[in-house]
Design a protein around this ligand. Structure first.
Ligand code: BG6
Length: 435
């Protein structure tokens, strides 16, 4: 089916009263409608309880185009009622957003399919986690593919939807200078970092089943890496980005389990009330690609909670000809979105000394980048799939990480315990001391 920009759209949200919906979806929808985008949008929430829309949505424009239908999502018969209620017209598309625990999504997809809410005008938006290991991811994919073509499935990785993540592609594609040096002839190593200062913030049940490897590395960091190392031919169109990312993921070798660091912040076990918990709140892994252009270039993916700062960035380290050279290009994904290149320049004065400075690109202060969830919703409405993850990408990412998932399942403790507020360097130093 052909989607056009401002097609009449019904957005059906399962879990409209939930935490994610209140924190991310509704504010994103408010900003979209405020900006006068997607005027042909109607929102239908699904909730077990009766809901007063005006209590849920403050923005009057959005509230006016929103209604909430009461239904039991575990009751198959209610989906037939839902279909009638939706009454999808010929020129309308339906976007179904599942903002529900992963344990509930399989059954919802099945009931939607059985009720016939899976025609070619229906798109299904899914939140991670997409499985908890390779096997469960494959199982989930099978369940969904029974009722929805992969083309109709929009798997959200909100890191891919961050403005600076897509800027990696624009930067690489449209600046000849860097295209010349984007391989192992010039690059020594690449770091992909997502440090968080928050701890698990009371999400004990979720985090005990997840941990940092599944929560951040499997999706967010692997995707940022693939944007950084994928091939970008001169005539590439945005619609091909997802396939290019998949090609890059396919070239990755299985993770080196011996080089991985698994750490937990002190106090985590009390917080989750599980004295024996081995769940990692910090992880650092090393990956390598089998592609000839990347031979010998290690990729380090690191993330952790309760660290000294909130920072997501990608650092490209170039090979030096001598030690006094600078060699780093940084994509600042958040905060302070921008691109920086470390430079040495001559210091003003008579002494012919050099000093470190920065060549930097930043959006002007008055520019407000769309929030990742705004981008996700607008792109799904418009049928732009390149900021969504395909099933093949999800599976490939699990294949690369599965050796570590299996190895860690055999160990009943983390390698390192770190203090809240430590820097990443301190945690890595602790891990090295203990190896
Ligand atoms: C989510 C994780 O996907 O990303 C959270 O489940 C994490 O644990 C969050 O805190 C970080 O997102 P952001 O956009 O704040 O970096």
């Amino acid at each position: 089916m052909l989607y056009y920009k401002d097609m009449n759209t019904k957005l059906l949200i399962f879990g409209i009263t939930g935490d994610l919906s209140r924190r991310k979806l509704i504010p994103a929808l408010e900003r979209i409608t405020e900006g006068g985008h997607c005027d042909n949008l109607e929102v239908i929430g699904v909730s077990r309880r009766e809901v007063d829309v005006s209590m849920l949505i403050r923005d009057e424009r959005l509230a006016a185009r929103t209604r909430v239908m009461q239904m039991d999502i575990a009751e198959e018969a209610d989906y037939h009622r839902l279909k009638d209620e939706l009454a999808l017209a010929e020129d309308e598309q339906l976007l179904i957003y599942l903002s529900v625990p992963p344990s509930a999504s399989g059954r919802i997809v099945q009931f939607l399919g059985k009720a016939g809410i899976n025609t070619s005008r229906v798109k299904l938006m899914l939140e991670k986690p997409f499985g908890t290991d390779l096997e469960s991811a494959r199982h989930m994919a099978e369940q969904i593919s029974e009722y929805f073509e992969d083309e109709a499935v929009y798997r959200i990785d909100h890191y891919l939807a961050k403005g600076m993540a897509q800027n990696i592609v624009a930067f690489r594609a449209h600046n000849a200078l860097f295209a010349h040096v984007w391989d192992n002839s010039a690059i020594e190593k690449i770091e992909v970092n997502a440090f968080e200062s928050i701890d698990i913030e009371g999400r004990a049940q979720f985090y005990e089943q997840t941990g940092a490897l599944r929560d951040l590395v499997q999706g967010h960091l692997m995707q940022l890496l693939s944007l950084t190392i994928m091939d970008i031919p001169g005539d590439m169109h945005w619609s091909q980005v997802s396939t290019r990312r998949l090609d890059a993921l396919r070239q990755l070798q299985p993770v080196d389990t011996r080089a991985a660091i698994r750490a937990q912040y002190e106090g985590y076990q009390d917080e989750v009330e599980n004295p024996g918990s081995a769940v990692e709140t910090f992880v650092s892994i090393k990956l390598e690609s089998g592609a000839p252009k990347w031979t010998g270039v290690p990729f380090y993916l690191t993330t952790g909670k309760a660290l000294s700062e909130k920072r997501t960035d990608i650092k490209i380290h170039f090979k030096k000809f001598h030690h006094a050279q600078t060699n780093c290009l940084i994509f600042r994904i958040q905060p302070h979105e921008g691109i920086e290149i470390a430079l040495n320049t001559l210091k003003p004065g008579y002494e012919y000394e050099h000093e470190a400075t920065l060549l930097s690109f930043k959006y002007p202060a008055e520019v407000v980048l769309p929030d990742a969830y705004e981008q996700v919703l607008v792109d799904a409405i418009r049928g732009h799939k390149h900021i969504f993850t395909s099933n093949d990408e999800v599976i490939r990412s699990w294949e690369v990480l599965q050796p570590l998932v299996s190895a860690w399942a055999m160990h009943d403790s983390c390698d390192v315990v770190y203090q809240k507020g430590m820097s990443t360097e301190q945690v890595i130093a602790l891990a090295k001391e203990q190896k």
